[in-house]
Design a protein around this ligand. Structure first.
Ligand code: FAD
Length: 465
């Protein structure tokens, strides 16, 4: 790899690899390289096979939405035949309250009316959402949900949805930054319920459906995918392969300065690489460390973004040892003292090829803002604690036959109120420096699909510069 490049990408997670792949594919004569601090590519994305199980230590799959996301990238990489859609069971999501699995979340109006998840008063208040006036001031997800649908819905759904997926706090998370499509419904239609109805009916009419039906949550599960036989590692392996010898592992960048009309990245070894354009595809704190000398205010803003520690604990059991089989995509926990589990993914239910026949694999998320001590447990204690919690939920009589544990320090950025405005201002400041770009899960969404779309945005900027 040359030390003089057109484009240098710092960070070999899914974002950085996609930026380099996109630039390389569109402009083959451009010299581009990726410097990755770790000994493998992929960053948070990673999986391996062991004893017949697929272990995804980070994302267990990706949800497809919008153009230019992971499924389009998979096609470009020749992975179409390996894409694996989740089983229809993934269309159901459960809630856990005090060790008891409640009925699945309602996916239709009839389900909602007959559901026991909410009291009659809670249901009436939720239905009154159609009358709530529009208010567009940015607000936390919890407050937004409580204002529009009532506190009961906010406690039963907003809190577990944020904790169980990211380990974060719905009272801090900005609805505008995290779920812009929901806010857009309020902006365009005043009511979320009426807006969702109108959008769905419009789509159904466009698809030639004569009698429109009500929107259903199920559609989410229908857009969840992974890769057959490999899990998510397949995507980053294919990206690495497409970059041939343009990825350098064990290459930590410790400083970034201007050197005449180029940027110079200095590695921990003392070696340096110069490039006309540099893309920092790094976690917020790592990008902040390199930006500090140039944009100290933005560096401070990035450092302040909370990233709760979370732990992924996966346990395999003999199917016969479970009184109740794991159904649906998983469950979210309404927080109580009863369990350390924030949420589960029922891996072997949604992707049956990820566990041996006659076994189940349940993947749990634990820790987060509510349970910081969980990150300090030893791996054996973490697995045993989760086993005891799962035992009560599923009536498990036997011991685990398989387990894995992965602790993610500073895992997922929490987009707090004001995040979008702060990031837009920061990205504009970076653009003014010339030849420098930021990409990744800090800016326009944390999902793998968001990261791939963000990588395309930056690759287009690089190519257009
Ligand atoms: C536990 C967990 C579960 C998740 N589950 C899902 C899911 O199911 N579906 C989904 O869509 N999303 C999920 N996500 C989110 C998603 O996986 C991430 O947001 C995404 O993978 C981030 O990719 P990235 O490339 O932007 O960052 P990263 O993966 O963090 O990559 C950044 C890279 O930069 C490298 N680096 C850091 N500092 C330096 C330096 N100084 N020099 C060189 N290299 C450096 C790092 O080693 C790393 O490889 C999950 C995240 C976590 C933590």
């Amino acid at each position: 790899m040359s030390n003089e490049l057109d484009v240098l990408v710092v960070g070999g997670g899914v974002t950085g690899l996609t930026v380099a792949q996109q630039v390389g594919a569109a402009a083959p004569r451009t010299s581009v390289a990726v410097l990755e601090a770790g000994e493998r590519v992929g960053g948070i994305v990673g999986s391996y096979r062991r004893e017949g199980y697929t272990v995804d230590t980070g994302p267990h799959g990706f949800v497809v939405y919008g153009p230019g996301g992971v499924s389009d990238l998979a096609s470009e990489l020749g992975l179409d035949d390996e894409l694996m859609a989740a089983e229809p069971a993934a269309q159901r999501l459960f809630l856990l309250r005090e060790d008891h699995l409640l009925e699945p979340m309602p996916v239709s109006v009839t389900d909602f009316l007959t559901s026991s998840l909410l009291s009659a008063r809670g249901k009436l208040r939720a239905a009154a959402e159609v009358l709530v006036p529009r208010r567009l001031a940015e607000e936390p997800f919890f407050h937004f949900t409580a204002r529009r649908f009532g506190t009961e819905v906010a406690e039963a759904l907003a809190v577990p949805a944020v904790l169980g997926v990211t380990g974060g706090d719905s009272r801090n998370l900005s609805v505008d930054a995290k779920f812009p499509f929901i806010r857009q419904l309020e902006r365009d239609h005043r009511s979320i319920l009426l807006g969702a109805l109108k959008v769905t009916w419009k789509q159904q009419r466009a698809a030639g459906k004569r009698f429109p039906t009500l929107p259903r949550f199920e559609e989410f599960g229908m857009r969840l995918f992974s890769f057959r036989g490999h899990g998510m590692q397949r995507l980053v392996d294919a990206l690495e392969k497409s970059l041939t010898d343009r990825v350098r592992l064990g290459a930590r960048v410790v400083a970034l300065d201007r050197d005449e009309d180029r940027w110079r990245a200095t590695l921990s070894t003392g070696e340096s690489v110069r490039a006309a354009q540099v893309v920092l595809a790094l976690p917020a704190h790592a990008a902040a460390a390199l930006l500090g000398p140039h944009l100290p205010r933005l560096a401070a803003t990035l450092t302040e973004i909370p990233h709760p520690d979370v732990r992924v604990v996966g346990i395999g059991y003999r199917r016969a040892d479970l009184r109740r089989q794991p159904d649906g995509i998983g469950f979210l926990t309404i927080p109580t003292e009863h369990t350390h589990i924030l949420g589960t993914i029922h891996t072997s239910t949604i992707f049956p090829d990820q566990a041996p026949p006659d076994t189940v694999l349940i993947r749990t998320l634990a820790g987060g803002v509510q349970d910081r001590a969980f990150a300090e447990l030893s791996p054996a204690d973490a697995v045993e604690t989760i086993h005891q919690d799962l035992r009560r939920v599923f009536g498990i009589s036997g011991r685990p036959v398989f387990s894995f544990d992965h602790l993610w320090r500073r895992a997922i950025p929490e987009y707090q109120v004001g995040h979008r405005a702060r990031m837009d201002a920061g990205l504009a400041e970076v653009a003014r420096l010339g030849g420098l770009h930021l990409a990744g899960n800090t800016y326009h969404g944390v999902g793998v699909n968001d990261c791939v779309r963000d990588a395309r945005r930056v690759a287009a900027d690089v190519l257009g510069s």
